[in-house]
Design a protein around this ligand. Structure first.
Ligand code: GLA
Length: 393
């Protein structure tokens, strides 16, 4: 229902700005929350995200002469460019970069001639670790393709989108694009890489996920970028020092104590910590999928907690604010909680027992958030019902 209303709002903004001519189409792309498997997708290890019931909505209409013009309902600057132009990134954080990235991603595989007039509205909080940036890139890519009469499938889109996002500067993996495209309602998505395979795993009835914001913005294209990229580089450097080409190769023998011992004797400092995060998180994803399939909520909760400890102590991408939120969630009755997304602020994902989510929220509101300024219950506490991705909505 919410999605319908928002897509219609995007169409209104489009008509208001560019004229109420017919031919308006819409595309809606949800955000995602990563349940587990953090900072390992770029090492081609499996992850387990889920789409959330918040989305960016783009209304668009083909435009003559290869011109792309876009406005946002949130009052960001209007964008105008040619879809066949040489495109260079603008300042970090500029939303136009994602639109340019979409043009380049599209052109890397398809010949497009038509531009679009487009308007974007969103109820997905930005810079929260919920993939608003990948949703924007994915939405503009789908709009451009469809305006040019091209209906691309999941694998084709996955062959251009993660690479396309590197234009914006974060050397991320493909988790976000896979999730926002291919999640099914009622399910998390096990995403494996090289080749990319997305398998829905049903979320048992009565598991209630909550996404809570730390109130620290995590703008991936801004200061977080260097930090994010450095974790990837350290993990890869450690891997190579141990004589492996890929983490999959390193884990082929089952990982476990032997690999950990080898890492401890061969690596130091940042490289050791990042390497150990990656290998332990890969194991947690496997166990989490088994726990989900067995509807073992306690085991899943323990894995969330263990993942958070590793992100905090080994990968060092948490912040005191996120740690405090995770702690508060557990005290408020959560079965498990952890930082989700790129880190350095953003959100926590919190697992609650059937019927207890409202209570956990209320306790967080009256306790944790009462001490903080700038809290808004609508954007900062989201009931994360497993939702459908853009290709299935
Ligand atoms: C960001 C990236 C993803 C992934 C996460 C961390 O969201 O876009 O590819 O690396 O961080 O798990």
């Amino acid at each position: 229902m919410e999605r319908m209303i928002c897509a219609a709002e995007a169409a209104e903004v489009l008509g208001g700005r560019f004229g109420a001519r017919p031919g308006i189409e819409t595309v809606s792309v949800p955000g995602r929350v990563n349940l587990i498997g953090e900072h390992i997708d770029y090492h081609e290890l499996a992850v387990l995200p889920m789409a959330v019931p918040r989305a960016i909505h783009i209304a668009y209409r083909p435009a003559a002469g290869g011109v792309l013009r876009a406005v946002s309902g949130d009052g960001y600057d209007e964008i105008e460019l040619r879809v066949d132009a040489d495109l260079a990134p603008g300042p970090a954080g500029d939303w136009g970069n994602y639109v340019k990235a979409a043009v380049l991603a599209t052109r890397s595989r398809w010949a497009i001639e038509r531009g679009i007039e487009a308007a974007v509205v969103s109820d997905l909080p930005p810079a929260a670790g919920l993939s608003s940036s990948s949703a924007l890139l994915t939405g503009f890519t789908l709009a451009l393709l469809r305006a040019n009469g091209i209906e691309a499938g999941f694998e084709e889109l996955m062959s251009v989108l993660p690479e396309g996002e590197h234009f914006v500067g974060t050397r991320g993996g493909g988790m976000d694009h896979a999730a926002v495209l291919a999640c099914r309602a009622g399910a998390a998505l096990l995403v494996e890489f090289a080749p990319v395979v997305a398998t829905p795993v049903s979320v048992p009835g009565g598991w209630e996920f909550l996404v809570a914001h730390s109130l620290v913005m995590a703008e991936k294209s801004g200061a977080v970028r260097e930090q994010y990229n450095s974790r990837r580089a350290a993990g890869t450097a450690g891997l190579r020092k141990l004589g492996f080409q890929t983490f999959r190769e390193a884990l082929a023998g089952g990982g476990g104590d032997e690999l950990t011992a080898r890492a401890r004797s061969g690596l130091r400092g940042e490289e050791l910590l990042c390497f150990l995060h990656v290998t332990s998180e890969a194991a947690r994803v496997r166990e989490a999928v088994a726990a989900l399939k067995a509807a073992d909520m306690a085991a899943f909760g323990r894995l969330l907690d263990a993942s958070h400890a590793s992100l905090r102590d080994q990968l060092r991408i948490s912040t005191p604010e996120v740690d405090a939120l995770v702690e508060a969630a557990r005290k408020a009755g959560a079965v498990g909680a952890r930082l989700t997304g790129a880190g350095f602020g953003g959100c926590a994902v919190i697992l609650c027992r059937r019927g207890e989510r409202a209570e956990v929220k209320e306790r967080l509101r009256r306790g944790h958030y009462a001490r903080l300024s700038g809290f808004d219950p609508v954007s900062h506490l989201i009931d994360a019902e497993p939702s459908a991705g853009a290709l299935l909505a």
